[in-house]
Design a protein around this ligand. Structure first.
Ligand code: NAP
Length: 265
């Protein structure tokens, strides 16, 4: 699908990765509907883009948040479901409300937005859905049980949807970023990774989103080879992979990251 002349609804447009995705979609000629809760940050992105962009405030943790957003968006050709909470930390340290919010924003909202927007896409015989998951949606790590539950869930949802929509003109792509530098929920922690753990940039994620839409590719990793191989190994031999992760010091890194991300619950 070509983006020029389309309308793209982007959630999480006020965040580190969302802003890069907004620029990339807009740069390809799409009209971008920028969604999030922080209207000031969204207005700043809109001003930077110039014309052909609008702000749609929405709280996706609210029961009717996703459905209302879809209704206000009108005709949408491309959905980029990017909003997300880090939901890191040991499960017993979450309140029930925090668990619900993570499930709502990371998983329920993308499903509900798809439910609302897919019929129009099918009717027009064209459209594309992009879900921003995470490498944690392929391989779980310490202190990421809840986050991984939502990100594995997104992968399963998108994979099933891809099969249901393959002959109806609507594409589905899941993007799996690993640690993203410069901006976003990992960069915001300020945690330093060991030298052997590579990172990717928000622009790399944005390029993957555009590639998914333009080529129809079902799944795209945005991660260095070592982490992609690690995720593959985790699928094949989860216990051995978890042991290796522990030996490489993953627990300490996860502890530092989740400590810094507490305020985003
Ligand atoms: N950064 C990384 O290293 C990394 C790695 C893998 C995957 N990811 C995924 O990439 C996506 C973007 O993350 P990011 O790094 O850009 O994080 P971020 O900077 O923290 O941005 C998160 C975005 O989600 C939105 N959001 C949070 N709660 C919301 C709610 N209740 N209703 C509506 N929107 C809400 C925020 O908007 P408001 O605050 O304006 O509501 C913000 O735009 C997420 O799905 C994340 O899981 C990130």
């Amino acid at each position: 699908m070509q983006l020029a002349g389309t309308t793209a609804l982007l959630t999480g447009a006020s965040g580190g990765i969302g802003q890069a995705i907004a620029r990339a979609l807009h740069g390809r000629g799409a009209r971008v509907l920028l969604s999030g809760r922080r209207t000031e940050a969204l207005e700043e992105v809109r001003r930077e883009l110039g014309g052909n962009a609008e702000v749609l405030e929405a709280d996706l943790a609210e029961p009717a948040g996703a459905a209302t957003l879809a209704q206000r968006a009108g005709v949408v050709d491309v959905l980029v479901a990017n909003a997300g909470l880090p939901a890191s930390g040991r499960l017993e340290r979450f309140t029930q409300e925090e668990i619900d919010r993570a499930l709502d924003v990371n998983l329920r909202a993308p499903i509900q937005l798809s439910r609302a927007l897919v019929p129009g896409m099918v009717e027009r015989g064209s459209g594309h859905l992009v879900f921003v998951s995470s490498l944690s949606g392929k391989a779980a790590a310490a202190r990421s049980a809840l986050y991984s539950a939502t990100k594995f869930g997104l992968r399963g949802f998108a994979s099933g949807l891809h099969q249901d929509l393959h002959d109806r003109g609507v594409g589905v792509t899941v993007v799996f970023p690993s640690f993203i530098r410069e901006a976003g929920m990992f960069a915001d922690t300020g945690v330093k990774l060991p030298a052997w753990v590579g990172t990717r940039s928000p622009d790399d994620v944005a390029r993957a989103v555009v590639r998914g839409i333009e080529t129809g590719k079902a799944e795209i990793d945005v991660a260095p080879l070592s982490l992609r191989l690690g995720a593959l190994a985790s699928g094949l031999a989860p216990e051995t992979s978890a042991r290796v992760q522990r030996r490489l010091g993953s627990q300490g890194i996860a502890r530092s990251i989740s400590r810094e991300q507490r305020e985003k619950r």
